[in-house]
Design a protein around this ligand. Structure first.
Ligand code: NDP
Length: 321
């Protein structure tokens, strides 16, 4: 590896494992108190392999912590009315506490209409406008799992946010915007950047904490990172061209070896080695933010199960407690 790894690695895999074991304990406590194990239903429309993989990992994670998991696989040519009827059934199902509809949906389906139809009390993805409003109003609700996971990672690895300048690159409903709300709630001073931001590198260099959620492989480089900044890479991109892999991972035997074996490697939105040379701490890809997304989905499902049964028995230190 290059000189890059002077920065501390923020180990998302370890933090996610910690959270998952807390959720398992929470499920056990809920059932011991006479409650029922929370249930998560995942709706998968079509057979996109990446979506199938994501849904499979979420279902498996649910079962590992003792929750009920139900996966509904529906045909790609499903009508809007049929998907809405499925959501209505799940809204009415007493064994189901959390509903997630795996995105993206096939083109004939109106994504917003579906997401807005989910009972806000079962909206463990936190995409319903009611939950979005609650987030910005500092009211209890469900927070999207990826930005919630970033916050847990920062909290549990001791990254201070109060009074710090946090720069978020990306303003999607799923990551960038809720990320900004959460950082603001922790008293960071927050700047949100997007595709029309002028001189992105100069804005990013003013960050104490830089969160990249752009969807562009390795876009954030050394010129975006001030010495001593904390860099959080939300991006998940796949490199399939040798030339790109050699450019981003020169001297990184592990990545180059993985590319030789598999023909592709994962990269975030951050050029890891370039950014790590300046950063004080940085998340790797994979093993950074990714594992936390599922962990926080489990936290949300446990919270939903407790609330719906009137058994709010979170223990101190648990996320959402
Ligand atoms: P979106 O495509 O919805 O949003 C991307 C954002 O980046 C937009 O706000 C866009 O700006 C901005 N952007 C695009 N190009 C530039 C640029 N050149 N300069 C500055 N800003 C730019 O992506 P998501 O938020 O859904 O996802 C972002 C990344 O995070 C992806 O790599 C995705 O795979 C990953 N992801 C990872 C998850 C995980 O579990 N770790 C979960 C969810 C996402 P504008 O609004 O102006 O178009």
């Amino acid at each position: 590896m290059t000189e890059a790894t002077q920065a501390n690695l923020l180990d998302g895999t370890a933090v996610a494992a910690e959270i998952r074991s807390e959720v398992a304990a929470g499920v056990a406590a809920l059932t011991a108190a006479g409650g029922r194990a929370p249930g998560l239903a995942a709706v998968l429309v079509g057979d996109d392999p990446a979506s199938r993989r994501y849904v499979g990992s979420k279902a498996k994670a649910c079962e590992e912590v003792g929750m009920l998991s139900r996966v509904l696989t529906l045909p790609a040519d499903l009508s809007q009315a049929d998907l809405e009827a499925t959501v209505d059934d799940l809204n009415a199902d007493p064994a189901i506490d959390g509903i997630l509809v795996q995105l993206p949906l096939p083109k004939q389906l109106d994504e917003d209409a579906i997401l807005h139809r989910i009972d806000p009390g079962k909206d463990v993805d936190g995409f319903h406008p009611e939950n979005v409003g609650h987030l910005w109003l500092d009211l209890p609700g469900f927070v999207p799992a990826t930005p919630a996971g970033v916050m847990e990672l920062l909290r549990r690895t001791g990254v201070e946010l109060e009074g710090k300048h946090a720069v978020v690159v990306g303003r999607s409903h799923i990551v960038g915007k809720p990320m900004a709300a959460l950082l603001l709630a922790e008293n960071a001073t927050v700047t949100v950047c997007h595709s029309r931001t002028r001189d992105l590198a100069a804005v990013c260099r003013r960050a104490d904490v830089l969160v990249a959620a752009v969807g562009r492989a390795g876009m954030i480089g050394a010129e975006h990172v001030a010495p001593g900044a904390v860099v959080v890479d939300v991006g998940i991109n796949v490199l399939t061209e040798r030339e790109d892999v050699e450019r981003f991972f020169a001297g990184d035997e592990k990545k180059l070896g993985a590319f030789e074996r598999r023909g592709s490697v994962l990269i975030g939105d951050v050029d890891f080695h370039a950014a790590a040379a300046n950063a004080a701490a940085i998340t790797p890809v994979p093993g950074g933010v990714g594992p936390l997304t599922i962990a926080m989905l489990l936290v949300n499902t446990l919270t939903a199960g407790r609330r719906r049964q009137g058994l709010e028995i979170a223990s101190a230190g648990e996320p959402g407690a």
